[in-house]
Design a protein around this ligand. Structure first.
Ligand code: ADP
Length: 495
């Protein structure tokens, strides 16, 4: 099969969250999938992302494909051009193509609140198709991801319908977070060069008076997936659907939940290049040394008996960290240390900064983005806290489980699919979870975890169970392969 991933992030080139991790790892597993089965047919997997200002072209040997020159496009009234750059996903033979359009992508961050945010990703999506044309490469499946790629299936069925190259190309859309939908004004329909007939009068492009890229993706793709089975059910309800629940219900027969995997070459305590000591289930003692180093770095006192709670998160309402606010004083009366890494909403940045100031012997918060520290905290903490309001999949709890860092989570989305509450599941439990979106439920659950921590033997059993979980992409890659075939059949009108 020929599969093209189109996305707005791909680790290690650019990452702001889980999407970057997924696009940096799932394609590897898909390309290995047929090799694993010793099939004669090899999967040809390629990736297309924007060439943001921050991408280190020299470090990753990314070069401009001069033969294609400047490719001109019209975005609304603007004449814009882009170039195609090319490199390999590090450690693999996977081709990555980069859309180089400095007027749109040389900004401080990959995502902006600038008034031309729609234009940036309209350009990107058209450029994905134009790149495939230049390469004369027709994928069997374009695997789109989130709203930044939601118009690709629309363009294939309208603007680029004339091109026979894509006659058999199907589109598979993965929703990584329904909270981000790419809703723009009706002017964007013009910018995208699409027809207002499909916007007005309840047309498929429109949602609550906005031009919604994600809605387009959901309606125009052959198959739609999201990143965990529980979340695929949740988003069909008004509580979690963020206004798209009815649209998703229309596609419910083509909607699947495939749990994300993790890149076990990068997130693996046996070989993690960022942590001071390596460890495994058999040699778990070194985890304690990681804890010591982490506390040293955080300028907090080490005490084996006092557990370290780690948080690594975007500070967004979705992550539920506000639940901590009413109970933080009670929590900090308990024997624990808190180490936080994150950035985002100013309110939460201030909250954690003030905590560090008020409780210098118990709390250290690092406000910002720091990949190395994320690995350090994952390895050196005893407990990982993730009280999300909603969580499409969540990667940090899976990393934590594999690092013997016991997760305390709210039971939602992918957290519900990966963390089994110790009290509910007894000898099968691998963490702690709570249902209610309430500060007291969070508090009680942390207390339960701390009580269990003091029982060393039981705690060790919970840690070891987490470390044994297999979150590698193997299983999910198989599921995706089956679903890609479904998408291809649908495109051919066979399903
Ligand atoms: P989301 O995609 O909603 O942010 P996930 O749990 O799926 O949440 O993935 C988050 C990813 O981003 C993880 O790899 C996590 O380690 C990383 N991450 C989040 N915040 C930071 C930060 N401040 N510094 C470094 N890595 C971070």
């Amino acid at each position: 099969m020929k599969i093209c991933f189109a996305a707005s992030e791909c680790y290690p080139f650019v990452k702001t969250g889980g999407l970057g991790d997924v696009i940096g790892s799932l394609p590897k597993s898909i390309s290995e999938e047929n090799n694993r089965k010793k099939s004669r047919e090899k999967n040809d997997v390629r990736i297309i992302i924007p060439l943001y200002k921050g991408i280190k072209t020299l470090e990753y040997d990314i070069k401009c494909l001069d033969e294609f020159g400047d490719i001109a496009l019209k975005i609304g009234d603007k004449d814009v051009s882009f170039r195609i750059w090319n490199g390999k996903l590090p450690g693999t033979k996977i081709e990555v193509y980069f859309i180089d359009c400095p007027v749109y992508f040389h900004r401080e961050m990959p995502y902006t609140n600038d008034p031309d945010e729609d234009e940036r990703f309209i350009l990107f999506q058209m450029a994905v198709i134009e790149t495939l044309q230049r390469l004369k490469w027709a994928p069997d499946v374009i695997h789109c991801n989130d709203w930044q790629t939601g118009l690709i299936p629309v363009f294939l069925k309208t603007t680029y319908k004339w091109d026979k190259l894509f006659e058999n190309t199907s589109v598979f859309l993965s929703i990584h977070n329904i909270g981000y939908q790419g809703r723009f004004s009706e002017r964007s329909v013009y910018n995208a060069g699409l027809s207002y007939n499909d916007y007005y009068n309840g047309g498929p492009y429109e949602l609550d008076g906005a031009f919604c890229f994600l809605k387009c993706g959901i309606l125009y793709s052959e198959i739609v997936s999201t990143v965990s089975p529980t979340y695929s059910r949740e988003i069909q309800t008004s509580e979690f659907g963020a206004g798209l629940e009815n649209v998703l219900q229309v596609r419910k027969d083509d909607l699947y939940g495939v749990l994300n995997g993790i890149d076990t070459n990068i997130w693996n305590p046996k070989k993690d290049k960022y942590i001071p000591y390596h460890y495994s289930r058999k040699e778990i003692e070194n985890k304690l040394k990681c804890k010591k180093e982490l506390l040293k770095e955080a300028e907090l006192e080490f005490d084996e008996e006092v557990p370290v709670i780690g948080i690594i998160s975007r500070f967004a309402a979705q992550k539920g960290l506000e639940l901590l606010v009413p109970v933080i004083n009670d929590l900090l009366n308990l024997p624990l240390k808190l180490i936080v890494l994150g950035s985002g909403e100013e309110r939460m940045e201030d909250f954690f900064e003030k905590l560090t100031f008020s409780f210098p012997h118990k709390v250290n918060a690092y406000i910002g983005y720091n990949n190395r520290l994320a690995h350090y905290i994952t390895a050196g903490s005893d407990i990982f806290l993730m009280p999300s309001v909603y969580e499409p999949c969540g990667l940090n709890q899976m990393y934590s489980l594999n690092y013997g860092t016991v997760p305390v989570v709210r039971k939602t989305g992918g957290l519900a699919d990966t963390v089994r509450d110790f009290h509910e599941y007894g000898k099968a439990g691998n963490g702690f979870s709570f249902d209610a979106q309430s500060p007291y439920a969070l508090y009680d659950t942390v207390v339960r975890a701390l009580d269990t921590y003091s029982d060393k033997k039981t705690w060790r059993e919970i840690m070891l169970r987490g470390m044994k979980e297999d979150f590698s992409w193997k299983h999910s890659a198989k599921e995706y392969t089956v679903l890609y075939k479904k998408a291809i059949e649908k495109k051919k009108g066979l399903a």
